[in-house]
Write a protein that binds this ligand. Structure first.
Ligand code: ZN
Length: 77
């Protein structure tokens, strides 16, 4: 096997790996949107005291941390 054939194999290998990773990402994204629509509606909270991340109903603006009981505002990404 000469050098150019080796580099062609490497390009093919990298392309296939990237395509597989991309397909996995798209597939898991579709799965998540289809099967977990409620989780995206929930507000995400991050405790300012103990840094614990948790979710609560979208109707509440403030929620109590289940770890330390501290009240926290909605966390915006
Ligand atoms: Zn906390």
């Amino acid at each position: 096997m000469n050098v150019s054939a080796l580099s062609e194999w490497m390009i093919a290998y990298v392309s296939i790996t990237l395509a597989a990773v991309l397909l996995c990402a798209v597939y898991s994204d579709i799965r998540r949107r289809r099967f977990e629509p409620k989780e995206t509606d929930d507000h995400v909270f991050r405790c300012s005291d103990c840094a614990f991340v948790y979710t609560d109903d979208p109707t509440v603006d403030r929620a109590r941390c289940p770890q330390c009981g501290c009240m926290n505002d909605k966390f915006n990404f």
